[in-house]
Write a protein that binds this ligand. Structure first.
Ligand code: FPP
Ligand code: ZN
Length: 299
């Protein structure tokens, strides 16, 4: 059922192990990343599928976790990302009717991580204006302008706005209200009103708050959030979406990442925008600078 999203699964597993300080189990899987690369410069979820922004971003996150910027061809990635931008400023997945602010985030984060994001460029501005148009009166953001607010999309939109330098243009008062209302009586977080809490929203909500600043993150009940996350760890080791459900890689990764953003001592501090351990991101940036310096020297 999940073989079409292998690259994302590898990222979830690799990132969870790295954040929990157990990073040595998945070295052999690195070769599969290259096999997922397509001629258009993007990456597919697995070998026989077409490229997609979601998996292209997973490939970039994996290059960070494996500390191998040379796995990536920045020019080809840039061309692929721009090929998925519509005149409206929306990004699309498989076909132009399939637009989603998740794709805006994946596109802008991919560019940022290969040093190809220039906030003043007209196409970046267009992409950011589209994301801004997705904020609703309740403060949250949706899939497209006018779509229901959802914490997952809100994370994607706030991170995308941060990347293109337009975060100040969002309505911060209503946004903070939307995020604060996501913490439920059980200490966990939901994605939208009237829904039960689910472990992955601890990440979408808390990372968004962390991007907005420590005072926003400081307004939640942190002890209750940590307790709620640990209630989701199962005897098999992974984390489930809700208590007494089955664990999966997605929820294990995001629960651990949420503990990292909360500063829990068992997990490495996480970068709230890119969802990788801060130390892995710093190491990757140093390697990227070295790779670029070597390329410049050679030419
Ligand atoms: C469930 O929808 C959807 C999720 C649990 C994922 C939400 C996360 C995002 C949209 C952000 C994804 C970002 C990237 C970069 C891939 P639902 O309607 O079943 O959930 P609900 O009932 O909890 O609202
Ligand atoms: Zn979930």
């Amino acid at each position: 059922m999940t073989e079409h999203m292998f690259l994302s699964g590898l990222y979830f597993g690799k990132c969870a192990l790295a954040a929990a300080g157990q990073d040595d189990h998945l070295a052999a899987q690195k070769v599969r990343i290259h096999a997922c690369r397509r001629d258009d410069g993007g990456y597919a979820g697995n070998e026989v599928y077409p490229s997609h922004l979601l998996y292209t971003y997973s490939a970039v996150q994996l290059a960070i976790l494996y500390n191998q910027p040379e796995l990536l061809d920045a020019d080809a990635l840039e061309a692929f990302v721009w090929s998925r931008l519509l005149p409206s400023g929306a990004y699309y997945g498989n076909d132009p009717s399939d637009t989603d602010t998740r794709f805006s985030y994946c596109a802008l984060a991919t560019l940022a991580l290969v040093d190809k994001l220039q906030p003043e460029a007209i196409n970046v501005r267009q992409a950011g204006e589209f994301v801004l148009a997705c904020q609703n009166d309740d403060g949250g953001f949706g899939l497209r302008p006018g779509c229901e607010s959802h914490a997952g999309q809100t994370f994607c939109c706030v991170a995308a706005l941060q990347l293109c330098g337009l975060l100040e243009k969002a309505n911060h008062d209503t946004l903070k209200g939307f995020l604060l209302r996501r913490q439920q009586a059980d200490g966990g977080f939901n994605g939208r009103p009237e829904k039960a809490s689910d472990g992955c929203y601890a990440w979408w909500v808390l990372a968004t708050m962390a991007i907005l600043g420590p005072s926003v993150l400081g307004a939640i009940d942190k002890a209750a959030a940590i307790k709620a996350l640990f209630r989701l760890q199962t005897p098999a080791g992974g984390f489930s979406p809700r208590p007494d459900e089955s664990p999966d890689l997605f929820h294990t990764h995001f629960a651990i990442a949420a503990l990292g953003v909360l500063g829990h001592e068992s997990v490495a501090p996480m970068d709230p925008c890119f969802c990788v351990p801060r130390t892995a991101l710093q190491r990757y940036r140093r390697s990227l600078d070295q790779t670029q310096a070597t390329t410049t020297d050679a030419s």
